[in-house]
Design a protein around this ligand. Structure first.
Ligand SMILES: Nc1ncnc2c1ncn2[C@@H]1O[C@H](COP(=O)(O)OP(=O)(O)OP(=O)(O)O)[C@@H](O)[C@H]1O
Length: 441
């Protein structure tokens, strides 16, 4: 059976935006991209949103250019189809009405999909849990329809409603939240939920890229979910080499020699077997904007289903509008947070530290992140990597949405293989020495 949809209403909305660019504010307040049924319409709408964000006019010429740059012009039917949309729509006056039709169809599709999922659940799970999940999810779907008017009775949450939501939230914690797989660190931050951002700020050369790779690989292995890694800095072959090192306990040279056929290595083979059996997806395109990262993430969600987390290496290499570093960082931080919320994915973002902090050295602080307070404002969790005088690598919990902050953890790492072994409470060198001296023998 064909899922409910109205292509006519979708065409009229897109046509209305062409006729009256300002309509996009009304449309974007009422509809998400995924509310549109036809994939080509979603692509056109996304391109319109991109132009709107860039404050460019939304007309046939700029849209054709934007879609061409996205590699989507042919897929949507070329410039000719854009002209069809304009001809199809006599006036933009009824755009709110068309939005309501499209939203209603989208809600109907969501209910149908959820009903099918629910039918599967009732065979395996506890009925009261199934009902509680069903209630919360249906309320959420209904909220989308009510939200068309901007306000909705379901936004006023009673105690029972809040309790249902919390129960649903807690029941799904393990399935939904991204864990770093370091028990001590996870016990402090209790996982990064979909919609949340964990930012790691670190001195250069403190293994921050390696840390991100380690936790994404561990996450993919532990959950069976695909994890997405945007490597703006390192090309994919280098990411691959390190992946085999981390998974097999090999050195970079072992991996290279193995693939050049000079020398077979059991640890490299172990890395191949381990890494090949679970899903890390890598995108190594340079200079990506948040909008492009969001679009790749949507494609990944469609292709691979739910994602365990999205990792980005690193903020300073992303493209953003703005004249100053601060404007760019403010834009990226805010938009990354929006992306995490809209696409319901946990995001792990790497960031460098500013020059003053880098020169001063020593224990890292929240304001050490490059680009100032906006990095911290966009993050639900913030970690920092620094080294003490004895060259111990330390992970500091600088901001924690789920509890206390300020703790320092000693990171145990196998430097040759880039494997993160574990984290334990950090004892500064002075304390370690004084303790040793007290031991009588
Ligand atoms: N394949 C490799 N095997 C082992 N060590 C490596 C390998 N590649 C790089 N290194 C070393 O590991 C250290 C950490 O590298 P990594 O890229 O994880 O750190 P980073 O904090 O992201 O660095 P940067 O800020 O320079 O990008 C570097 O000092 C580097 O010398």
């Amino acid at each position: 059976m064909i899922p409910p949809h109205s292509l006519e209403a979708e065409m009229s909305i897109l046509g209305s935006i062409f006729l009256e660019n300002n309509c996009i504010k009304k449309v974007s307040g009422a509809l998400d991209t995924l509310d549109l049924y036809r994939e080509s319409h979603r692509k056109i709408y996304r391109a319109m949103l991109d132009l709107h964000r860039q404050k460019s006019p939304i007309d046939l010429v700029s849209m054709a250019e934007q879609l061409k740059a996205d590699g989507a012009l042919e897929e949507i039917g070329g410039a000719a189809y854009l002209a069809v949309l304009v001809d199809y729509t006599p006036t933009s006056a009824n755009v709110a009405h068309y939005c309501r039709i499209v939203k209603e169809k989208s809600v109907a599709r969501q209910v149908a999909t959820f009903a099918a999922e629910l039918a599967d659940k009732v065979y395996g799970e506890n009925p009261s849990e199934v009902l509680s999940v069903a209630k919360a999810r249906l309320q959420e779907i209904a909220g989308g329809l009510d939200g068309m008017n901007g306000v909705s009775a379901s936004d006023l949450l009673s105690f029972d409603h809040r309790q249902d939501q919390y129960r649903h939230f807690v029941e799904n914690i393990d399935r939904e939240r991204f864990k770093t797989s370091f028990p001590l660190l996870d016990s402090y931050i209790r996982g990064v939920a979909p919609g949340e951002v964990l930012t790691l700020a670190a001195y250069s050369g403190t293994f921050k890229t390696a840390f991100l790779q380690n936790i994404l690989l561990r996450g993919a292995e532990a959950t069976g979910l695909y994890h997405l890694f945007f490597s703006l800095e390192m090309p994919a072959p280098k990411v691959f080499e390190r992946e085999l090192q981390i998974q097999g306990g090999a050195t970079g040279r072992d991996v290279e020699y193995h693939y050049r056929g000079h020398r077979d290595s059991a640890s490299v083979q172990a890395g191949v077997d381990r890494a090949g059996s679970h899903g890390l997806i890598v995108c190594d395109k340079p200079r990506l904007s948040v909008e492009k990262i969001a679009r790749y993430t949507e494609i990944a969600l469609q292709k691979y289903g739910k994602l365990g987390a999205v990792g980005i290496d690193y903020l300073g290499l992303m493209q953003a509008p703005g004249k100053t570093l601060f404007e760019k960082v403010a834009h990226i931080s805010a938009e990354i947070k929006n992306m995490a919320k809209e696409l319901r994915v946990p995001v792990i973002l790497l960031s460098q530290i500013n020059r003053a902090a880098a020169t001063a050295g020593g224990e890292i602080e929240m304001h050490s992140a490059k680009g100032g307070g906006d990095v911290e404002a966009g993050a639900d969790f913030m970690l920092g990597f620094w080294r003490d005088k004895a060259d111990t690598l330390i992970c500091k919990v600088m901001k924690n949405r789920n509890g206390a902050a300020g703790m320092n953890l000693e990171v145990e790492i196998e430097r040759e293989t880039l494997q993160f072994i574990g984290m334990k409470p950090y004892k500064p060198e002075t304390q370690r020495q004084s303790r040793t001296q007290r031991i009588p023998f």
